[in-house]
Design a protein around this ligand. Structure first.
Ligand SMILES: [Zn+2]
Length: 113
C-alpha cells in the first residue's frame, strides 16, 4: 500500500531528527497533507500506528492537518482556495491558475524528549 511506504519514510525522517538532536524519543508528529497529495489520511494514520511500535515514535501522538488546494490567479493577482480538481479561478474563471499549496505531504513539526 502506498501509505505504508510513506510512513516508513516518515518514521525514518523522525528518527534521524531525534538522533541529530540527541533525543531519546519522539512524542508528537505533525504532518500536513495536501488534498492533492493522493494520501489518504485515514490509511496513513493506520499505517503510522502499525509501524511506530518498532521505532522511536512508539509513544508519539500523530496529528494530521489537511491542506486545502490553493491556486494563484494571475488575472486577479491573488491566491484562492479551490474545490478539488477544478483548476479555475472562481472569480474570473481564468484557467491560468498555478497551484501554490495542497499538492504535497510533509512533516510540519516534531516534538521530542
Ligand atoms: Zn481570477
Amino acid at each position: 500500500m502506498h501509505e505504508f511506504s510513506i510512513v516508513n519514510a516518515l518514521l525514518e525522517m523522525c528518527e534521524q531528527n531525534a538522533k541529530d538532536h540527541n533525543m531519546a524519543k519522539v512524542t508528537k508528529v505533525e504532518i500536513k497533507i495536501g488534498k492533492l497529495s493522493g494520501v489518504e489520511p485515514h490509511l496513513l494514520e493506520t499505517a503510522f500506528n502499525t509501524f511506530k511500535e518498532d521505532s522511536m515514535c512508539h509513544d508519539a501522538e500523530f496529528v494530521m492537518h489537511l491542506q486545502e488546494v490553493v491556486v494563484h490567479c494571475p488575472e486577479c493577482q491573488k491566491n484562492v482556495i479551490i474545490e478539488e480538481n477544478v483548476f479555475q479561478c472562481p472569480t474570473c474563471k481564468s484557467t491560468e491558475c498555478t497551484v501554490v499549496d495542497g499538492e504535497e505531504m510533509y512533516l510540519m513539526r516534531l516534538e521530542m524528549e
